[in-house]
Design a protein around this ligand. Structure first.
Ligand code: G3I
Length: 332
């Protein structure tokens, strides 16, 4: 049982519709969630597309339902994601007001959303803590084309202002920058570290870095320890925020072969092992898996990839064993 092995949270993703569903599949999903995990991230329900209906017009219904479920079941919520150049409401791209009005609308949304979700508290080990412990403030700013988006075009120094707006919503919630490819792309990693140093020099608040870790079965070993060490060296919290392992990266197989299942097992073990051994305890924000059954994954695409820990009947795959062994600190 993942959560019982380690002292940092182990998470997975949810949606409000699955949490409220009484279908047998979703009953199994919830049983596994509650037994094996102690942290959740909303896969889509707490993004701008779901919550930001217009200037001053916010829809927190699905997010509130997720937080209520978490509170009732003693799960931490990691908020995802306040501002991203993807999954935006349509009105954002056609907003006809001034840039100043646009900036006010976006930054107010960020502040209000953090403040709204900071209200719910729960008691863990006799201590009252906020249910929503942390937020991804911005995702993936170094992706090619990201800065062509309205958020960047209309708001000068957008990423820094987003973090300031989030901090204005709550003094204590942990604020994360979240990105993919941190392990495989040293250039991006350096850009992120440069940004963190710039934020520190300007007193822009930032508490942590989310390493998404959408890995491949055949990713070189050395990238993981190097990148995890580099990110831990910032001194910030480190969250493996979206872990999954593609087995069909080259798109040349039609089923999960035994060899690739074994490589996937090893890759999950590496991710957990290096996180476990390289990130100092005080910086361990946890590891979040990006889905339950393979068929629920954003990568599944009509049975072309099988990136997760459970098969389509919710049975453990060998990847689950790898993940658990990594959490136990067993070297891959
Ligand atoms: O909600 C609509 C539904 O109304 C519509 O009928 C349907 C038709 O396609 O689409 C539904 O929206 C989909 C949404 O997921 C909810 O299911 C979008 O098309 C689909 O693009 C969206 O995909 C999500 C993706 O982010 C969007 O970029 C994935 O579920 C989600 O796993 C993925 O998560 C991202 C992280 O947030 C950031 N890091 C990368 C990660 C993987 O891409």
């Amino acid at each position: 049982i993942a959560k019982n092995i380690v002292s940092y949270p182990v998470g997975n993703i949810v949606s409000a519709s699955k949490l409220s569903s009484t279908s047998s599949d979703n009953q199994i999903f919830k049983a596994i969630l509650n037994e094996e995990y102690n942290s959740i991230t909303a896969e889509n329900d707490m993004k701008m597309s779901a919550m930001f209906d217009g200037p001053g017009d916010y829809d927190y219904e699905a997010g509130d339902a997720i937080v209520a479920y978490a509170k009732a079941n003693g799960l931490r919520v990691h908020g995802h994601v306040l501002a991203w150049h993807k999954q935006q409401p349509a009105w954002l791209g056609t907003f006809s007001g001034t840039d100043e009005e646009f900036e006010t609308a976006v930054l107010d949304y960020i502040t209000n959303t953090v403040s709204h979700f900071a209200q719910e508290k729960m008691t863990v080990n006799d201590v009252e803590v906020p249910v929503v412990a942390s937020w991804d403030v911005v995702n993936e700013t170094f992706e090619s084309g990201a800065t062509d988006n309205v958020l960047y075009q209309k708001i000068d120094d957008f990423v820094a202002k987003a973090f300031q707006a989030a901090r204005a919503g709550d003094p204590d919630v942990k604020l994360f920058y979240n990105d993919y490819g941190i392990a495989g792309d040293p250039g991006k990693r350096n850009s992120i570290i440069t940004m963190v140093n710039d934020f520190k020099s300007r007193s822009i608040p930032i508490d942590g870095i989310g390493m998404q870790m959408h890995l491949n079965h055949n990713w070189p070993d050395t990238d993981l320890p190097t990148s995890i060490q580099d990110i831990a060296d910032t001194g910030l919290l480190v969250h493996i925020s979206e872990l999954d392992v593609k087995v069909n990266y080259e798109e040349d197989i039609t089923e999960l072969t035994k060899d690739r299942a074994a490589e996937q097992e090893a890759q999950f073990q590496r991710a957990a092992y290096y996180y476990h051994t390289l990130v100092p305890a005080a910086q361990q924000h946890g590891i979040t898996i990006w889905g339950f059954r393979d068929q629920d994954s954003w990568l599944y695409d009509n049975n072309t990839d099988w990136p997760l820990l459970y098969d389509n009947d919710f049975n453990y795959k060998v990847s689950h064993r790898g993940f658990i062994n990594g959490l136990k600190g067993q070297a891959p």
